[in-house]
Design a protein around this ligand. Structure first.
Ligand code: CA
Length: 229
């Protein structure tokens, strides 16, 4: 499963090695040489996973992990700490700071990839593959199909992801910004009105069944999926 990965590593040679290896395996990689730059990049775009070196100039990787865990926007982003320290005590400290895993240098590219895949799999809730049904609408993530009152609905990939997210997080209002984070994953190159465009397409696809009413606009706040009018 390809992911967007932020590599925070102050040694350019190691950073380049990791980045090349990850790209070769289909991941999208961005890189930062210190924690401050990493936090700036994360503010602009939420990665799927962060590889975070422990020993960094300025703010340490450990402090950076604590900061990310304290912020509701970033607290669920998986973090793998990279470190030269291999002692049990350090490992525990690293995991307590909120890291999901811990890789000791020197590590093989294969080991790092395996850890990344494991953390990404863990991060994706099991429920996301379950069939979701509400108000006459049925979405099957495994088969990538949607039915409105048992009739197939043709949706583009973005509309499909958008509907899946809304159905699995129903009744709550989601701002455009939150939807960009959750559905697009990375909103650097996407404007907020893009969300409106895809909501419109989604509703147009649902309109023949009348189920477009389930995708509701909450004026001034965003969108929600609800079976109540
Ligand atoms: Ca370092």
């Amino acid at each position: 499963m390809p992911a967007s990965i932020l590599v925070v590593e102050d040694e350019p040679a190691i950073q380049a090695l990791i980045a090349t290896n990850l790209r070769r395996h289909g991941h999208t990689v961005s890189a930062a040489l210190d924690a401050e730059d990493a936090l700036r990049q994360i503010k602009a775009a939420l990665p799927d996973l962060i590889l975070l070196d422990w020993m960094l100039p300025g703010m340490s990787g450990l402090d950076c992990a604590c900061r990310l865990r304290a912020d509701p926007r970033t607290k669920h982003v998986p973090i793998i700490m990279l470190t030269a320290r291999g002692e049990e005590r350090d490992r525990v400290t690293g995991l307590e700071s909120g890291a999901d895993d811990y890789v000791t240098k020197p590590f093989s590219p294969r080991e790092l990839l395996a850890r990344i895949q494991a953390v990404l799999r863990r991060g994706r809730p099991q429920a996301s593959e379950n069939v979701v049904e509400a108000g006459g609408l049925k979405l099957d993530p495994a088969a990538h199909r949607v039915f409105a009152d048992d009739r197939p609905v043709n949706l583009g990939p973005t509309e499909f992801r958008l509907l899946h997210f809304l159905m699995t997080h129903s009744s709550r209002v989601h701002s455009r910004d939150q939807l960009l984070d959750q559905v697009w994953g990375d909103h650097v190159y996407v404007e907020e009105r893009t969300v409106d465009v895809h909501i419109r397409r989604l509703r147009a696809a649902l309109e023949p069944s009348g189920l477009d009413r389930l995708v509701q606009t909450v004026r001034g706040s965003g969108y929600r999926f609800s079976i109540d009018a």
